[in-house]
Design a protein around this ligand. Structure first.
Ligand SMILES: [Zn+2]
Length: 223
């Protein structure tokens, strides 16, 4: 299966005010520090948000790609609930070629984050050098992260993210729009301004614990 939404053209990466409102509605909370929209629905709505590798409050932030579309996030949650991560971890342990491809995906994730840091004017974030997300490079800890990576960079980069997207094809495929009714479009969107002083100074997009590998040196900063 192809998911060409990943090949977001440069001009469509830049989040518009409308994109940020849609993200807030998709997530049911305000978003901050979103610097790009790396994957879009065929209708143009965001599927994945890219968060700055360093937040506006200075915190290093390793989890760059975040799935935002409720249809996709809930479908991926079904995979997690069905134990797909366990079977993927077993496959990683027994398949050297898969393990190597997954390690390459980790490197791609780091490179993509560096590129986003450059494009957004943030530059290098040495505190999170070598730290990706989702359990990479050796484990699977969050399928949402892997699927978000695959959508953001296109198929053929993250083998387990690609597989997760294939496994949700019963509920979502890249060639169709599933936006209608997928989130509340009535009333006020969650306000971006109200999010500026969140409880932990983290962006509203981080609604659950960030699936981050935690070297001792950066764990505190990343949390
Ligand atoms: Zn759509």
């Amino acid at each position: 299966m192809e998911h060409n939404t990943a090949a977001a053209r440069d001009e469509s990466r830049q989040p518009t005010a409308h994109d940020l409102e849609v993200l807030s509605r998709q997530l049911g909370r305000p978003v901050r520090d979103v610097v790009e929209i790396p994957a879009r629905c065929v209708c143009g709505n965001p599927l994945v948000a890219a968060t700055a590798p360093r937040l506006s409050n200075g915190t290093p932030f390793p989890t760059t790609f975040y799935l935002t579309h409720p249809v996709i996030t809930s479908a991926v949650s079904r995979l997690e609930a069905a134990g797909v991560m366990n079977s993927m971890n077993e496959q990683l342990a027994g398949d050297a070629a898969l393990a190597a491809a997954y390690r390459s995906a980790h490197e791609d994730y780091l490179a993509a984050r560096r590129a986003i840091g450059q494009r957004s004017g943030i530059g290098p974030v040495p505190e999170i050098d070598g730290v990706s997300a989702g359990g990479m490079p050796t484990r699977v800890k969050c399928l949402h992260v892997l699927a978000g990576h695959s959508l953001a960079v296109g198929s053929g980069i993250n083998p387990l993210g690609d597989r997760a997207l294939e496994m949700i094809s019963e509920w979502w495929t890249a060639d169709k729009c599933y936006c209608d009714g997928a989130w509340d479009t009535t009333g006020e969107a969650p306000s971006r301004d109200l999010s500026r002083h969140g409880p932990q100074g983290l962006p509203g997009i981080v609604g659950r614990p960030a699936p981050v590998r935690k070297p001792a040196a950066t764990a505190e900063a990343a949390e």
